[in-house]
Design a protein around this ligand. Structure first.
Ligand code: NAP
Length: 295
């Protein structure tokens, strides 16, 4: 049976709000911290948390603290929280980048029982009102334990992640950042570029007709362009090196397909069929990624 825990969530936005909404009816007691009093009052009114404050000292007795603030607030928050809580309190986060955060924690002289986290689930929306309890259902949740971590804490956190409906994956922080550059951050830049190309297309008549005709394909390809701008900026700037490398590889791949299209239609057709087949397998029940809601 799951142990009853005092779980604090800092930052009651899309991710933090979805965590408390999912755990609302669990055996755990939930504490919320957010920047604005309005968000806290809303979470209390909706019965999502039993206690809440804009002051982080409210988390001092928590067994587990989830930091779900914007990426650039995560590192200072980890150190502020570590001064507030018990040494055995598990501190984790939800930030979409792990290398920088883990470097700070691992090179610190202060031990922190910290396990980095990144739920591979999200939407383009932000704030408590856009959060929902099913957000993590079937999603992967990356964990990057720090060098300070107390071994039993990893098992406790894994159990909570399973309660949230997600599947944990232990990863190396730098490999995580390279992988998400490839499947999340570079595609965000691609999506922004595509939308911007159409929006600013020089031939007005073609531009207007294209926007009038744009349907599900264009909507799917540009969904990421609507990502919460603060999050988008943080992900692209903080993971710049990996994003640029992934973008160059994409350009090479596109150039290769372009060359085949102009010079060898037979090879191009074979490649098209192969890509379609592999994409089908990846999201089929036999593939690994039946889940399709991610940032
Ligand atoms: P969000 O909806 O904008 O929520 C951020 C929350 O943090 C807001 O509720 C805000 O409070 C609060 N906050 C901001 N500064 C704070 C501070 N100094 N102290 C306490 N609370 C503060 O953002 P999100 O999408 O949930 O993202 C949160 C984290 O999850 C980020 O690190 C992001 O990288 C990660 N993540 C996001 C996604 C996604 O798709 N969105 C997916 C995976 C991981 P108020 O409401 O009170 O202003």
């Amino acid at each position: 049976m799951q142990k009853q825990l005092s779980i604090a969530v800092i930052g009651l936005g899309l991710i933090g709000g979805s965590i408390v909404k999912k755990l609302q009816n669990s055996c755990h007691s939930l504490i919320g911290v957010s920047r604005s009093r309005q968000t806290i009052d809303k979470a209390l009114d909706q019965g999502l948390i039993s206690r809440g404050s804009t002051d982080i000292s409210i988390v001092k007795d928590a067994d587990v603290v989830f930091i779900c603030t914007p990426i650039n607030k995560t590192v200072p928050m980890v150190f502020d929280i570590s001064k507030t809580v018990k040494p055995e309190t598990i501190i984790t986060d939800a930030a979409s980048l792990k290398g920088l955060i883990m470097d700070f924690v691992n090179t610190s002289h202060t031990p922190v029982n910290f396990i980095g986290g990144h739920p591979m689930a999200g939407t383009e929306n932000k704030g408590l009102d856009s959060s929902f309890p099913e957000l993590f259902e079937g999603a992967k949740w990356v964990l990057t334990p720090s060098k300070w971590v107390q071994k039993e804490s990893i098992n406790t956190l894994k159990q909570i992640i399973e309660e949230l409906g997600a599947e944990w994956v232990i990863a190396n922080p730098d490999e995580h950042d390279k992988a998400v550059a490839l499947i999340s951050h570079m595609p965000l830049l691609l999506s922004q570029s595509l939308f911007s190309l159409v929006e600013n297309y020089p031939d007005q008549s073609i531009r207007e007709l294209a926007k009038q005709l744009a349907s599900s394909g264009f909507r799917d390809m540009t969904r990421l362009a609507a990502t919460n701008p603060e999050l988008a900026k943080d992900m692209l700037i903080e993971n710049k090196t990996n994003v640029i490398k992934a973008l160059r590889e994409l350009v090479n791949k596109a150039s290769h397909l372009e060359k085949q299209l102009s010079e060898n239609e037979e090879e191009f057709s074979k490649d098209c069929a192969k890509i379609a087949e592999m994409r089908e397998i990846m999201y089929s029940p036999e593939g690994k990624n039946v889940y399709d809601r991610d940032n």
